[in-house]
Design a binder for this molecule. Structure first.
Ligand code: HEM
Length: 186
């Protein structure tokens, strides 16, 4: 085994255990967070659009990693970064999702953009790409959309108790916040 590269079998087991809990929690809590922050926008959106836009703005898995199999295959634009030690390439889903090349107003949470956009559009890869993409994708979608639909009418019951958000920008979605369910809606 090459140093630092996890064999696919192990990676799948870890991903299955980890993916089912942390990432779905992150997705739903980010969706509630955005819907609370932008209630008027959320009111006009479907749960599906809210889930897609939250996956875009705040992808729970914000990097995808690929082993380097052939250093000579690197495109000229990346040649300067290819060294003998290079074993893996980390692709930032987060930065791609906030890239103006793919998205208009990339840093704004606008669920309505999904009215006319297909999830297979380039520049959108919350579940990775290709043969190694997440196999929990449909499961997550089928779970998160109705869940968000059930939570939306209860938004007043959630409160953001602590927010360490950076100003809107490419790193906005990695800001941390604490969301609590409050009976009183305070
Ligand atoms: C919101 C929830 C989830 C997100 C955002 C997510 C995202 C991802 C991403 C980005 C990858 C890497 C794909 C790539 O390298 O191209 C991945 C891989 C994987 N995910 Fe998920 N995932 C989620 C939930 C789940 C769930 C619920 C399961 C299991 C039931 C799961 C199982 C896996 C497995 C097994 C892989 C490895 C696939 C492979 O290496 O061939 N994920 N996931």
């Amino acid at each position: 085994m090459t140093r630092g590269i996890v064999p696919p079998k192990i990676r799948r087991i870890v991903r299955t255990i980890d993916g089912g809990s942390r990432s779905i929690g992150s997705l739903v809590s980010s969706a509630i967070y955005y819907a609370k922050k932008y209630p008027k926008i959320a009111q006009c959106a479907t749960p599906e659009q809210i889930v897609l836009e939250t996956l875009r703005c705040a992808p729970p898995a914000w990097t995808v990693v690929r082993p380097v199999l052939d250093r000579n295959a690197a495109p000229p634009s990346l040649a300067a970064y290819v060294t003998e030690e290079l074993e893996e390439v980390v692709i930032s889903t987060l930065l791609i999702h906030h890239d103006e090349k793919y998205w208009q107003h990339p840093d704004s949470w606008l669920p309505s953009r999904w009215h006319q956009t297909s999830p297979s559009v380039s520049g959108f890869m919350p579940f990775g790409k290709g043969t190694e993409r997440c196999f929990g994708q449909s499961y997550i979608f089928n779970l998160a959309v109705p869940l968000v639909g059930r939570v939306l009418p209860l938004l007043d019951s959630f409160c953001v108790t602590e927010e360490k958000a950076m100003p809107d920008g490419p790193l906005y979605s990695v800001a941390s916040y604490e969301l609590r369910y409050c009976e009183s809606g305070s």
